[in-house]
Design a protein. Structure first.
Length: 551
């Protein structure tokens, strides 16, 4: 036998015969994945399991390790778990099925895991190795919490076992027993958010989404406010809140940014936190309204609900709800007289509605199921006050629409629950900006041209003819055509589009074939009509000058 082989075997024997260190000194985590509700699991065995992970740099022996599930406990059998390896704990009936996924240890007695909450702890010789108290809210998914999906740890190097370091698996099988978690991120640092706060003159009392017991240096961290307030000169814990005292008084109705630097959690320094502070006015029904509803999206699309702030002050949407779904867990300020469209996929909304105002679209985890035929949209404040409730139905759409798919219902007036189909000229919806059917309170229908002349020569000055319209009600169909001085039709701009109450159409100076029209006199002919048979025609002359047409 070669010397190198002898040396390797000697090292291997030594590794398994030397005394093992106490687990708590070698590892920051051991409980790595939980299947607490295997019902409806896609491909995994229909049994609960607890996955352990050796995050130490040496082999560990589970001998004398006790597992506690709530008030029940038992000692694990001796098992040598190699570094960076996984171990599946399960009941005897499941062992043969889980063995194909990796290392398995059968517990002599399996204590069922609650679907909603439980505490699991590992101890050795009275020392706690790892402990978690999970909740079904840790899934961060209303559908996955119903069963068939495991809970996975995000960063095994982070010792604090709280919800910020756990989430539902992304595995299509429903879990990852015996292998890397789908959400594994060894660099992940949980970022706590603001939970609640109050302002009292020169004092701020706040509560973060991470319990104060997890912060190891509150008094050493720096808490500072902008607007020339400066650093807190006193930091203390008062009734589970972090109480900050400043040298100057704060204006409760002013928006401040609280910057927290040097804060450590479980001895890990967090990145600088910047949190908005704003003492919310009392919100009452009507201050925030449901302004637009898309409940029957385009193929591959998503629903959205647009809100409008009718009040004279900003509103923080944190913990507000649409039905039973939270709009935002984080601070999100909606200014007075501004719009916000709530959806589950901002990118798709922007793709389907290019005019959407991106900064006025808020992506949320989930929306209530809004069916295509009828339903109710309800809006609640963070104090559980019903702010608005709207019944919608497919029959509320305009009779002129052949297919309402992808067309939203828009509110006509803020003070009335009257909705109408959005203008198809606007693309069928107006997420994040003024409704196309907004009541603009005009005495008669108006069609106007932005100028009597235009020159589509690419110089950036009047390169397009703008045709603006303002209509007294939203149920008009609009058609716009361009004729030359000989009375010949050269371009159809709009053909039987649902107009809304206001909008703008443009002509680039090209005919229906896409060729530039020659300079000369033209007529813009606009016709509007509604389902009651009322028709109006508008003829407006203009001159095309400096065309790109070569003579």
């Amino acid at each position: 036998m070669r010397p190198s082989v002898k040396l390797y075997l000697f090292s291997l024997i030594l590794a398994f015969t030397l005394p093992y260190q106490v687990l708590a000194q070698n590892t920051t985590s051991l409980i790595n994945e939980l299947m607490i509700n295997p019902n409806n699991a896609a491909a995994l065995p229909p049994f609960e399991y607890i996955e352990l992970y050796n995050n130490a740099s040496s082999v560990i022996d589970l001998k004398d390790v006790e597992i506690h599930i709530n008030n029940n406990q038992q000692t694990l059998p001796s098992y040598k778990l190699a570094p960076k390896q996984y171990l599946i704990l399960c009941q005897e009936a499941a062992a043969s099925q889980f063995s194909r996924y990796g290392n398995v240890v059968v517990l002599s007695r399996w204590f069922a895991l609650s679907n909603t909450s439980a505490t699991i702890k590992l101890t050795q010789n009275g020392v706690t190795i790892d402990e978690i108290s999970y909740r079904d809210s840790w899934y961060n998914s209303s559908s996955k919490r119903n069963g068939g999906w495991s809970l996975e740890r995000i960063n095994p190097n982070w010792s604090c076992n709280i919800n910020l370091n756990w989430s539902a698996t992304n595995s299509l099988s429903g879990g990852t027993p015996g292998k890397n978690n789908t959400i594994l991120d060894n660099q992940y640092i949980p970022q706590p958010q603001m939970d609640t706060y109050k302002i009292f003159q020169n004092r701020v009392e706040l509560k973060l989404t991470l319990a104060n017991t997890y912060f190891s240096n509150l008094e050493e961290a720096t808490f500072s406010l902008d607007e020339e307030i400066g650093e807190a000169n006193k930091v203390e814990i008062v009734n589970e809140h972090i109480a900050l005292s400043f040298a100057k008084n704060l204006d409760p109705q002013k928006l401040y940014t609280l910057k927290i630097t040097g804060l450590k959690t479980c001895n890990l320094e967090l990145p600088t936190l910047e949190i908005k502070l704003f003492q919310q006015e009392d919100i009452k029904a009507g201050d925030l309204i449901i302004n637009e509803i898309l409940f029957n999206p385009k193929e591959g699309g998503v629903d959205f609900v647009e809100l409008y702030n009718t009040s004279l002050f900003p509103i923080n949407l944190q913990n507000f709800r649409l039905g039973n779904r939270t709009i935002s867990n984080a601070f999100h300020l909606l200014e007075a007289n501004d719009y916000i469209a709530i959806t589950t996929n901002k990118k798709i909304i922007q793709q389907h509605y290019p005019r959407a105002v991106a900064e006025n679209i808020l992506e949320t985890g989930s929306l209530p199921p809004y069916t295509n035929q009828q339903g109710i949209v309800t809006l609640y404040s963070d104090q559980n006050i019903l702010l608005d409730s709207i019944y919608y139905a497919a029959t509320m759409h305009s009779d002129h629409l052949i297919d309402a798919k992808g067309i939203s219902l828009e509110r006509i007036r803020a003070d009335k629950n009257i909705f109408h189909s959005a203008s198809t000229i606007h693309g069928g919806a107006t997420p994040g900006y003024q409704n196309s059917v907004a009541d603009i309170a005009i005495p008669q229908n108006k069609i106007t041209l932005s100028s009597k002349t235009f020159s589509p020569n690419g110089d950036g000055i009047e390169d397009e003819l703008e045709i603006n319209y303002e209509l007294i009600n939203p149920n008009y169909i609009i058609a716009v055509e361009i004729y030359n001085e000989k009375g010949q039709l050269v371009r159809k701009i709009a053909h039987q589009n649902l107009a809304g109450t206001h909008g703008k159409l443009t002509w680039d100076g090209k005919n229906n074939s896409g060729n530039p029209c020659p300079k000369g006199h033209y007529i813009c002919f606009t016709q509007i009509f509604n389902h009651e048979g009322k028709t109006q025609n508008f003829k407006q002359p203009f001159v095309l000058i400096n065309s790109l047409t070569r003579h």
